[in-house]
Design a protein around this ligand. Sequence first.
Ligand SMILES: Nc1ncnc2c1ncn2[C@@H]1O[C@H](COP(=O)(O)OP(=O)(O)O)[C@@H](O)[C@H]1O
Ligand SMILES: [Mg+2]
Length: 237
Amino acid sequence: MERLKDIIKKIKDSEQSGKILRNEYVVDNINKALDVVEQIGKAKNKKFVIDDDNRWVYTQLIKWVQGDRSFECIDIETRQRKPGNLSAGIYLAGPTGTGKSWALEIMSLLSQIDDVRLFCAGKMTKLEFPSVRTNQVCNEFAQGQSIEKYNQMPIVCFQDLCSLSEPEESMYMGNRLKIMQSIIESRGDRQDLITLFSSNVKFDSPHFRDRYTDRVVSRMFEMCNYLELKGGDRRRI
Ligand SMILES: Nc1ncnc2c1ncn2[C@@H]1O[C@H](COP(=O)(O)OP(=O)(O)O)[C@@H](O)[C@H]1O
Ligand SMILES: [Mg+2]
């Protein structure tokens, strides 16, 4: 973590010296930002790397965090790169172990280092966001806790959407609810919230559609920029 502290200090110093202009900062510092990301990743696990399987995705995620208008995502239908929407969230798909959860958690940390703020849910707020697993959200409901907070959080990341560990329906005191479907519909009705997801499943797949309905699929198109991590299971390396 010492090197990370140095890097944070350098970023803060250069900001104070007034050298940085937002646009130039973004263009000039993509390599520096990738380096910062690598430092954060290595602090979590020495084996962390940015390589050919994840470099493009990390580059786009950094641009999303920093608000760089050259941010790109993948058109889920044509599989081509296209300009991203900085006002929307992220849907990060890919096989198990490709590093999706880490990538999103590291982006929240990066936003803290860069002190990224945005206007969201009616006020200026930090981009920094909590991550919660979808099965945990469902368990909270089943244990009688309110899940209304997940409808209201300005920015939140749901990990493992549509996974086997996420119950299709959850029940509390006789009330059955499709938890994630209800949260996505509620958040999708609002233009002022940002939602991130990680998932093993593409949101235009028949499995996703069957599980959450067409309405949720069309919400996903509006709410999220689609990105995909490729490669093997990094847990096994
Ligand atoms: N960029 C990376 N380089 C090396 N190892 C990584 C990287 N990202 C994640 N890992 C390792 O792989 C494991 C799985 O990552 P995770 O983000 O949980 O995958 P996913 O959410 O895609 O299933 C992590 O516990 C971590 O040890
Ligand atoms: Mg994960």
